[in-house]
Design a protein around this ligand. Sequence first.
Ligand SMILES: [Zn+2]
Length: 233
Amino acid sequence: MLLFARPTVVTALVVILIIYPLASLSSTSMHVCENSSISIKSDELVDHNTICDSAEDALAFFGRLDIEHLHPLVIKIVRKLPGWMSETSVGCYRKEEQKIYMLAFPEFKKKEVWFDVPINRLMYSSLVAHEVAHAVASHNLSISEPTIHAQEYVAYVAMFIMMNPALRSRVLAENLGANFDSELEINEITYMLDPMRFGIAAYRHYLNKEHGDAFLLKVLSGNELTYSAQDLP
Ligand SMILES: [Zn+2]
């Protein structure tokens, strides 16, 4: 899940149409991505190709690892997220439905900034990858009730690895202090207090050569990030 807690301003759809030609946007109730078992459902004008590419970026990230492939998945693009979701959410993977609910780009753009940088299409693509990463992780986490910080660690690492490099550099430059001083700081409280800081710190933790894919696979196999903050000394 992606959470946000900052003020919003109204941004007109025309902004997107200037950035992305109208020809690249289309509205169909169901679009099947060419290279995966992912489908996009939307009654809005959406850039199907960009969303498919972003989703498949997440699949490519996990494709390097010896883990199970993703089952068919639907990404539902909505102007307003379902009522059971937090008002600060941008997207959410719902395992029971094998479906991702994702705010449409014009709605996301109203939030203006994300990770302390202005929102653009590349950022939106990363959020799609984040939610697809949740879907892949949910099919591969070996324990029945993984911790929220384990799930978010995996999703944020996949998201930052596949993020546009220039955008990623800018996000990191704007958030130099986002680090975990100790692995025990990777917990549900640090996530809930500041999800974006948690995400950046998780990526930096993954980049440490002592961690990387080996640590990620331990998380997926239920051998890391299994504790709750309340169990910590
Ligand atoms: Zn998430």
